[in-house]
Design a protein around this ligand. Sequence first.
Ligand SMILES: NC(=O)c1ccc[n+]([C@@H]2O[C@H](COP(=O)([O-])OP(=O)(O)OC[C@H]3O[C@@H](n4cnc5c(N)ncnc54)[C@H](O)[C@@H]3O)[C@@H](O)[C@H]2O)c1
Ligand SMILES: N[C@@H](CCC=O)C(=O)O
Length: 529
Amino acid sequence: MASEKSFKLTYATMFNPPEELHQHFEAALAQIKTEMGQEHGMIIDGRECKAGSTFEDRSPINTDWVLGKFQNGDTQTAADAIAAARRAFPAWGARPWQERVALLRKAADLIDERIFKIGAVISLEVGKNRTEALGDAAETSDLIRYACDQITANNGFIHEMGHDPLQGFKATNYSVLKPYGVWLIVSPFNFPSALTGGPAGAALAAGNTVVIKPASDTPWTSRLLAECFRDAGLPDGVCNYVTGPGSTLGQALIDNPDVDGITFTGSYAVGMHIFRSFAQGPYVRPTVLEMGGKNPTIVSRNADIEEAAVGIVRSAFGLQGQKCSACSRVFIEKPIYQQVLSRMVEMTKKLGIGDPTLRENYLGPVVNKNSYKEYQEYIDEMNQAGARFLTGGKILTDGDMAKGYFCAPTIAVDLPLDHHLWKKEMFLPITTVTQVDSLEEAMGYANDVAYGLTSGFYGSLDEAKWFFDNIQAGVNYVNRPQGATTGAWPGFQPFGGWKGSGSSGKNAGGLYYVQLYMHEQIQTLIQKA
Ligand SMILES: NC(=O)c1ccc[n+]([C@@H]2O[C@H](COP(=O)([O-])OP(=O)(O)OC[C@H]3O[C@@H](n4cnc5c(N)ncnc54)[C@H](O)[C@@H]3O)[C@@H](O)[C@H]2O)c1
Ligand SMILES: N[C@@H](CCC=O)C(=O)O
């Protein structure tokens, strides 16, 4: 255990964890497999709640595995959850920030205590490999603690301001950040822990009450998080957890005028739809949208070829390319194009693919039938446009993979640069690669998309400055073999996007994030001198 304690798991350190981490994961997985198939309720006002019907949560690794049965929440569920959060808000919002922060820190500690259980569920539910899954859980507690640290470092965001220069009066001015009220957290399937618990933790620490609605592919992970918040001692109604389809339950939550703010993480299409729907409310309310990416990596002729190839392959194919930060476009300067490409191909061919709960596999399945179908459609479309696949380009059905949604990691070249798939987020293990004559040409392509989430660059130190000065994205990495475009960690690389990738311009796990969940009140008191 000593080595595990001195090891800090992040997405950059996860490639070589201590042996004990594997043993604990395997023990938790064995236990979780005995708990599969059970029915789970929703948590509203501290009570277990059922809807009229349930839906099955099946594993994309093997669709015969029914992980659990979850509630098909409906419009009444949405109304009940928001009403519960509304009732709980006055007391929670008025509670001293020190008490709220202490409870949230306790929730973070519980997540850490349960990390192997949560990680095993993530692996089965999403199809993440074990270290990616454990990273997702570990990131959650670090995101929560980061929000708590920020509140603490800023004295609960209660600041005395200047005194007006009044003759005969004493003026005292305070700036106080206060919670908004009821906050909705709508989260995606691919980081079901960090992107549910992270924003929920920040909203709660800031004094809001929350309603959490996870993706229908990943209700179990979020249920485990909601239990951590509950078991940490958050009062009834402060954190509510509901499950059901986005188009019905999700829409009913968005349409409810009693919601004061929302954090949505998911696709651009749904995010923009939510933005427009939410705007129909009684007045403008804070809308934190974290959306897709089409993340480029530029490789200069001065790059370290090995570092570039490792970083690109990790970012293109980690979690089967289903990260908003995935490296989906690669621009390589001509003099080293063939060398970088050859190393990428060699490395990709060696990647283990199969049941991602097994230690040897780096890639698991894509999340569901729809993604599986889309993979084949994109491959066909690229094929027709003249692209060549140096790896992959096919679904995998050997042995046990026939029961899941496995797609081979695909490096595509010769896709015409005006093809729309250079600009569309595919969210699959597909990356398109081309050669360029100059870095300026590469930068032109890199920025010519509606997204601006992450980017990568490999080259000299002088070029690094030019790269940072010109790239249009929220999170940017230079010369990083741990991941060209992926693997941000709270406190190190706060995460968020520009343009169509994000609405707030402030990154999660960073200096300016928790403030998004509070509005400013100025308190001026005048006394006769
Ligand atoms: N920027 C980021 O930080 C970030 C992080 C992770 C994922 N993503 C993006 O998320 C996407 C993948 O996740 P996904 O497939 O789960 O996304 P999605 O947009 O399909 O769904 C996200 C969530 O929205 C819900 N939803 C759908 N329709 C709704 C509606 N009408 N009203 C309310 N809720 C609704 C879904 O049920 C789910 O909980 C990718 O585009 C990826 O880039 C972005
Ligand atoms: N924060 C993760 C990506 C989250 C989106 O899917 C990363 O930095 O790779």
